[in-house]
Ligand binder design. Structure first.
Ligand code: PLP
Length: 382
């Protein structure tokens, strides 16, 4: 199988599974238990992992809360801020092309009486600062804008957006969903003043079922208060109760450590493969059109339209040997709202594909894919 759907999930790095193994076997202690070695070992492993995640983001370890996935982190921040600060205001701003875990949470909050502004994006899928400025109201409490889009790969200028908000409206919280960008571009939270950030291990060669949430410390080291999703034993300083998933946390920590050490190398590899793939696609399909921003994009993620070619027929035709997709794995049964928001019509959406690369691919595999894609496209067009 040649796996070209790495925005859905990445293959696990063998270094990550090796690091996790002891914590699935002999090191099974509960990090919240006290005094005995097995618990202390688990606690140490959790704190080491927290340190690696913090280092990847250039923040403090005590600004990281472990969750079960980015969906949970997004729910936690949106519902947590909305519920805790509802007396300050009931208005939230997001964009039309966020992941479903943001959009559906916003819909849920609307059902509770919150008001949500869904910002339009431009033809490349970027949120414009002017549009954000115009949407801010007296009663706005939270802005949530994704760092990079999972379907078209477009990056937002989160530094510019967050700096504007924090300079002009310091009491409005700014959240970003960075699930798709970590390990592929630099994310330095000492420079980008977001209050909250969501991430997930399985998009950066880590295990599924583990994510994290960055919560910025305020002046005097005070933590921003938000209402937890899970109440119980007060793990994670009460932000997220539930026994910590130590093996998964260790996996996330190792994935973050590897991502930090090899960031430049990984980025360069994805860019090189992407450039090669794009040139081959252009050569074989002269009327191909690429979607999303041509430069401000996640390395290794491309989205393109081949007029007249039904994406589902091609994907099914290739399925035994190649994994590619029409877009988000979380909205598989409906036409892409992301492509719709950047101006594609229903037919163009049906002719569109997403390919997302990973570090285990090479040019030979891409050649093999292109030959097969060509064969299937020819079969459909005869
Ligand atoms: C941008 C974005 N946010 C959130 C998620 C949800 O991640 P998880 O699978 O960890 O819940 C995804 C997954 O595709 C994503 O691409």
């Amino acid at each position: 199988m040649i796996y070209l759907d790495s925005s859905a999930t990445t293959p696990i790095d063998p270094e990550v599974s090796k690091a996790m193994w002891p914590y699935l076997n002999e090191e099974y202690g509960n990090p919240s238990s006290k005094y005995y070695t097995l618990a202390e070992n688990a606690k140490r492993a959790v704190e080491e992992a927290r340190g690696h995640v913090a280092s990847l983001l250039s923040c403090q370890p005590n600004e990281i809360i472990f969750t079960s996935c980015a969906t949970e982190s997004n729910n936690f921040v949106l519902k947590g801020v909305a519920h805790y600060y509802k007396n300050k205001g009931k208005h939230i701003i997001t964009s039309k092309i966020e992941h479903k875990s943001i959009l559906e949470t916003c819909k849920f909050l609307e059902s509770e009486g919150f008001e949500v502004t869904y910002l339009d994006v431009d033809q490349y899928g970027q949120v414009q600062l002017e549009a954000l400025k115009d949407a801010i109201r007296e009663d706005t409490i939270l802005i949530s804008i994704m760092w990079g889009n999972n379907e078209i790969g477009t990056l937002n200028n989160i530094e510019e957006l967050a700096k504007y908000v924090k300079e002009h409206h310091p009491y409005i919280f700014f959240h970003t969903d960075a699930t798709q960008v970590l390990g592929k571009i630099e994310v330095d939270l000492s420079k980008v003043p977001v209050d909250f950030l969501s991430l997930s291990a399985h998009k950066m060669y880590g295990p599924k079922g583990i994510g994290a949430c960055f919560i910025r410390k305020r002046e005097l080291g005070l933590r921003t208060k938000i209402t937890p999703l899970l109440h119980g034993g007060s793990q994670e300083d009460g932000y997220r109760s539930g026994t910590l998933s130590v093996h998964n946390i260790v996996g996330l920590g190792k994935a973050a450590e590897v991502a930090k050490i090899h960031l430049e190398e990984h980025r360069a590899k994805l860019l090189e493969l992407e450039e090669y793939l794009v040139s081959m696609l252009k050569q074989e399909f002269p009327d191909i059109k690429f979607n999303g921003h041509p430069e401000q994009k996640i390395p290794g993620v491309i989205n393109f339209t081949i007029p007249g070619i039904n994406n589902e027929l091609i994907i099914r035709g290739l399925k035994d040997e190649f994994a590619i997709s029409t877009g988000s794995a979380c909205s598989i049964n409906e036409p892409s709202y992301v492509l719709g928001a950047i101006g594609l019509n229903a037919l163009e959406i049906k002719n569109s594909f997403r390919i997302s690369l990973n570090k285990y691919l090479d040019k030979n595999k891409i050649d093999h894919f292109i030959q097969n894609l060509k064969k299937h496209v020819e079969r459909l067009t005869i």
